[in-house]
Design a protein around this ligand. Sequence first.
Ligand SMILES: Cc1cc2nc3c(=O)[nH]c(=O)nc-3n(C[C@H](O)[C@H](O)[C@H](O)COP(=O)(O)OP(=O)(O)OC[C@H]3O[C@@H](n4cnc5c(N)ncnc54)[C@H](O)[C@@H]3O)c2cc1C
Length: 469
Amino acid sequence: MRVDLAVVGHGAAGLAAALAAAEAQPSARIVVLERTAQPQSGGGTRWSPSNLRMKSSAEVTPDFEADMIAATGGFGDRAYFRRLAREAPEALQWLERHGVEFHSPGYYLSVGPPRIQPVGGGGAIVDALANAAKAAGVNFLYECRAHKLIRGSAGGIEGVSAERADGTGLQIGASAVVLASGGFQGSPAMLREHLGEGAESLRPISAGSAHDEGEGIRMALEAGALAAGDWNGMHSEPTDPRSTGPAPVVLVYPYGIVVDTQGQRFFNEGRGLVHETWEEFSRAIHFSTPGRKAWAILDSRLLDIAGYERAIRSEVPPVRAGSLDDLAALTGIDAHRLRKTIGEYNAACTGDAARFDATRADGLGAADSLVPPKSNWARSLDRPPYLAWPLVGSIAYTFGGIATNDAAEVLGAAGPIAGLYAAGEMTGHFHGSAPNAVAVMRALVFGRIAGRTAIAWTNRNQMKTRQAR
Ligand SMILES: Cc1cc2nc3c(=O)[nH]c(=O)nc-3n(C[C@H](O)[C@H](O)[C@H](O)COP(=O)(O)OP(=O)(O)OC[C@H]3O[C@@H](n4cnc5c(N)ncnc54)[C@H](O)[C@@H]3O)c2cc1C
């Protein structure tokens, strides 16, 4: 097969690249390779609510660039985040023209930067872009796994090797390749190698996350790309292991306490707003608790918080008990230890409970004697029924990837690698913790940039070849 542009991956980044390229040059031969069958395609994007850090589809949040530099601990690439801020409105309005609508349904319970969401979540983005790309003549190869880049004698990229589900191989000659195949959260071996022992058993937060096995990253590194981003970094969230649904997060833990399976607190539940603590919390559950499991324990005060249901995405009701002894019996936590932990916690809740405000860091901290501390939302737990949710740490995506610039060109030691572009999760621009509500935005914006830059390069390259003949 011979094409102008081959795109690897059917998430926000890959589909944005394919459609943008097809719109820029309608006569171009473009193919999208996707490892799964069509119903499973879409990677993490399909399962993501896709919160976007925007005031509206026309306006990014104030101080976006500075916030990104702060969120990445100063390691972020300013030019990259500046271009993201500049082109995000154009990208979202482009999605609107393709039928995606946006709304602001509210974000769990806590305040934070303004965010909007596509109606229908990430699935709406995947479907709208895939349909538009098909209508624009893009060819889709499902159940076709890319595994190696084809390199020319001068080091540039000249195509991609793939394998179909029946095991047959496929060589696709392409003037340019866009890699958009997500992170390595679906690879237990890579998780263990880069995030440490035990990371291999991290549960994927959604079915789509499991398909991203880091193959695009590996292929690019083999072709000379530089590694970038925080290879020990991941976005993870606490989820209910009893649930069979996607991303069953339970984000009410700041308003109660969390204990390990032996009844011991191990984390400052109220250190900050939920999106400021969920990664550290779910890491602590997975890497520091016996059995890699914890319990969030609350009482009936939770039911008085307006909209508390928004912060619970598990369909399984909590364990409910009229006394701590009953709660211990139902959860398997040692009753003596649980009573002691809650007794110590309650004794440290000496602040004025009238200050409690679930939506912001309310400063209602527990007394300094409490270890570990609880910095906000410290109200005693003494109003049965007691409610308990089991929690495990689940991985959404990894941060380690390959180096790209603000034109989505993949960078090698000597600069951009000719004919190779990348976007989305597999590009390493995040460090430490994930900037809130930015992953889908950057997949869309840099996916579009990658598609347009790649097709423009293809044209120039083909013209040069014709002139040389
Ligand atoms: C449950 C959940 C909630 C989230 N919530 C938010 C949120 O609210 N806001 C936000 O900004 N971000 C959120 N994220 C993160 C965000 O959704 C992703 O980072 C982003 O959508 C990634 O897009 P992508 O195109 O780079 O990768 P993906 O969407 O993962 O797409 C990668 C595609 O590549 C395919 N693929 C993989 N390997 C190969 C191969 N070798 N050959 C061919 N195809 C291959 C996969 O099957 C997949 O279709 C969330 C993620 C999850 C899982």
